[in-house]
Design a binder for this molecule. Structure first.
Ligand SMILES: *Cc1c(COP(=O)(O)O)cnc(C)c1O
Length: 407
């Protein structure tokens, strides 16, 4: 979405939103991803802007979905999701994270996006505050705006993106209803430590807030970092809604099969909203995802190992081109600072790179409320085929000192 001042080289201003568009959605009429992807397409740039893999997930997952589709699983599935998938999610949570989840408390959603939207709409409204880490995933801001609640951001700052007690404490008030947590974190690539999660847990308990824990990158953890599910901390299972999705884990981002689980009462509240957003979706995908969640551990760890090599390939190329590359422990993304190039405005560079360098990336500032949060950072997606990453690295190297003239 467009926020903050337009950067030089940014696409021409979009037509003004319809005067009929409700006030609270006016800042959200377009997304930077759509604009940057369109620019990448127009200029033939390697698109490291939008975060989706360019290879498909496990073969069995694809053939299971095709078989389900051909065997007539094409009508409305049950509202909470098919029983096999709800059972498979519960088993997966026990197998990987030691969480004790009843299938009755799992709700299947249209991607993690719908789970987040339904939870925010179910649990917050005007006058309530939602604590989010900044930079934040773009749907959070729009969804909180839809609910009428107010977002309170907690800065994670480069190069280490650590969550400090001071920053977290400053965001909580007596109006805090919900903490929208995300680890592994998009766009920084940070995986929060147990100590950082304990801070969140302590403040959530103190303020009697619910935590909505977006764990879509739970399996995409690199560098020996470890994902700790917030719900595994003492006292947290009873106030945490855990959200994940098949999209990121199995490289099928277009399927939009997600889920949320937590205490029965909270999941019931989310279901009340979810049933009127989409009712149900993904009938033939649901049995396929259920089977995939039961695949051997190598399927889950294998993709992370591939991603680690991809992160290194791209990070080395970025460093060689003169960027300062920040800590990255997981997700699809690495951030890089333009200041060593002699530049200050990453957004200006981002809008000129597709044309001038042949590579597209996203300025991290678009994920922030604070205008001074991340002016010099770019987010690059490394979840791409090696030949695509090599092409990006070669183009960055070929640009050489010209990069410095593009800010
Ligand atoms: C991709 C992503 C989502 C959305 O997941 P879907 O299953 O595609 O809806 C949610 N949260 C974060 C942090 C993401 O990166």
């Amino acid at each position: 979405m467009t926020r903050g001042p337009a950067a030089p080289g940014a696409p021409a201003a979009q037509p003004a939103p319809s005067p009929r568009l409700v006030e609270r959605m006016r800042p959200f009429t377009t997304t930077v991803f759509a604009e940057m992807s369109a620019l990448a397409l127009r200029t033939g740039a390697v698109n490291l802007g939008q975060g989706f893999p360019d290879t498909d997930g496990p073969a069995s997952l694809l053939s299971d979905a095709a078989a389900a589709l051909r065997s007539g699983r094409n009508q409305y599935p049950p509202g909470p999701g098919i029983p096999e998938l709800r059972e498979a999610v519960a088993e997966h949570q026990a197998r990987f994270w030691g969480l004790d989840v009843s299938p009755a408390d799992v709700l299947v959603t249209t991607g993690a996006t719908e789970a987040i939207a339904a939870a925010v709409l179910a649990l917050t409204g005007p006058g309530d505050e939602v604590v989010v880490l900044e930079p934040y995933y773009d749907s959070y801001a729009a969804t909180i705006a839809l609910s009428g609640a107010t977002r309170r951001t907690v800065p994670l700052r480069a190069p280490d993106f650590e969550l400090t007690e001071e920053a977290l404490r400053a965001a909580f008030t007596d109006r805090t209803r919900l903490v929208l947590l995300n680890s592994p974190h998009n766009p920084t690539g940070r995986v929060l430590s147990r100590a950082e999660l304990e801070l969140v847990a302590r403040l959530a308990v103190q303020h009697d807030a619910v935590v909505l824990s977006d764990e879509v990158y739970e399996h995409l953890v690199l560098s020996g970092a470890r994902h700790v599910p917030l719900a595994s901390l003492p006292g947290m299972a009873e106030r945490t809604l855990v959200v994940s999705s098949a999209g990121k884990t199995f490289s099928v981002t277009g399927w939009k099969v997600g889920w949320v689980h937590g205490p029965a009462e909270l999941v019931g509240a989310v279901r009340a909203v979810k049933q009127f957003l989409t009712y149900v979706s993904g009938a033939p995908f649901q049995p396929a995802v259920a089977a995939a969640l039961r695949l051997p551990e190598e399927v889950f760890t294998g993709f992370a190992a591939q991603l680690e090599a991809k992160r290194d390939l791209l990070s080395e190329g970025l460093a060689a081109a003169g960027f300062a590359v920040n800590r990255c422990e997981g997700t699809y993304f690495v951030t890089a600072d333009v200041r060593p190039l002699g530049l200050t405005d990453a957004s200006a560079l981002a809008w000129r790179m597709p044309e001038e360098v042949g590579v597209a990336a996203i300025p991290v500032q678009v994920f922030c409320d604070d205008p001074s949060a991340a002016p010099s950072l770019l987010r690059f997606a490394f979840c791409k085929r090696d030949d695509v990453l090599h092409a990006a690295v070669e183009r960055l190297a070929a640009a050489g000192p010209r990069l410095a003239a593009l800010g």
